[in-house]
Design a protein around this ligand. Structure first.
Ligand SMILES: NC(=O)c1ccc[n+]([C@@H]2O[C@H](COP(=O)([O-])OP(=O)(O)OC[C@H]3O[C@@H](n4cnc5c(N)ncnc54)[C@H](OP(=O)(O)O)[C@@H]3O)[C@@H](O)[C@H]2O)c1
Length: 295
């Protein structure tokens, strides 16, 4: 059965492509630039109408959190308006939609893992455009799953883990913020979940659809703890490893504010779909080892 995925080279899109080999009944097609450009109104809808997929996964987004402060209109176009158009087009061809959203819809003042019912309070353009995208998806395609994930890394594209390994080649010490806590997520683990949910849905099981779920790696960490783990695995593999020095967010000013606390509660996902993403530490070790092996 044909699944249309938006984006091609993104971390989640590439993870879906890799993990699809575990699902012989699913055929993935990718609607990506230059043919499908979410900054162009109607572009994604045309791709969906032409392909008439059985299910759509919206894995594309404007993800440059800091740059979004300088170009909020483009971020809104891609994260909100295009998400709404994708949902409308999916509904028009009768395809359920899995839409990926973010922990950055939250303001991050809490101290307990956040459930889906927590009020949203985005701190920047990326967060509020993604929050608006969620609303437009809910309005246009009732047959949806919104999966809020967080702190995504993978063997693909640009991400924090790859940056840490690169910096460790030239530096003995790296300062990393230790006062933001979240739910590190291996995109390959998220892809396994998305494909399993798609396969169940296309097999006729629609229980739990029409709702929003938190879907991130199990456990919690600060960025400095993630970085320290990257270095631990690098050192164990004989690769360059730097010392991680904890710094405060105020020591590392960025154009966009980020939530200090964005640990997600995954209880609803587990109760509804009997699915729990792996603990972040062993999952991170798998990606770091793979990146070191691949050189
Ligand atoms: N990265 C994170 O830490 C994180 C955290 C929470 C939630 N999320 C969410 O997870 C989802 C996947 O993120 P990711 O980490 O895979 O992001 P990513 O690696 O930055 O990839 C972004 C994807 O969006 C596509 N894209 C961007 N602008 C586009 C445009 N104008 N037209 C068409 N496609 C466009 C890219 O296209 P190309 O294939 O052409 O490059 C790429 O496939 C997004 O919804 C994101 O908001 C990510």
């Amino acid at each position: 059965m044909r699944i249309l995925v938006t984006g091609h080279d993104g971390q989640v899109a590439r993870s879906l492509a890799e993990r699809a080999s575990d699902h012989s009944t699913l055929e993935l097609i990718f609607a990506a630039r230059p043919d499908c450009d979410l900054s162009v109104p109607g572009s994604a809808a045309a791709a969906i109408e032409a392909a008439r997929p059985a299910l759509v996964v919206n894995a594309a987004a404007y993800t440059a959190v800091d740059k979004a402060e300088q170009e909020p209109d483009l971020a809104r176009r891609i994260n909100a308006e295009a998400a709404g158009e994708i949902a409308e087009a999916a509904a028009a061809v009768g395809a359920p939609l899995i839409h990926i959203s973010t922990d950055y819809v939250f303001g991050g003042t809490g101290r307990a893992p956040m459930t889906e019912d927590e009020p949203i309070a985005p701190l920047g353009a990326y967060g509020w455009t993604k929050a608006e995208g969620e609303e437009l998806v809910r309005a246009a395609q009732p047959d949806h799953l919104i999966l809020r994930t967080a702190w995504v890394y993978s063997p693909f594209g640009a991400n924090f883990v790859k940056t840490m390994l690169r910096l460790a080649r030239d530096r003995e010490e790296i300062g990393v913020v230790d006062d933001q806590r979240g739910s590190p997520t291996n995109a390959l683990d998220l892809a396994d979940l998305i494909l399993a949910l798609a396969a169940r849905r296309l097999g006729g099981d629609s229980s739990g659809w029409g709702a929003t779920y938190h879907a991130a790696g199990a456990g919690e960490a600060s960025w400095a703890e993630v970085a320290a783990d990257v270095m631990r695995v690098a050192a164990a593999n004989g690769a360059p490893a730097a010392t991680i020095r904890s710094i405060a967010t105020s020591d590392f000013p960025t154009p966009a504010r980020r939530p200090a606390w964005s640990v997600l509660d995954m209880g609803k996902l587990e109760e509804t779909f009997d699915w729990r993403l792996p603990e972040w530490r062993p999952s991170l070790a798998r990606v770091v080892t793979r990146l070191l092996d691949e050189g």
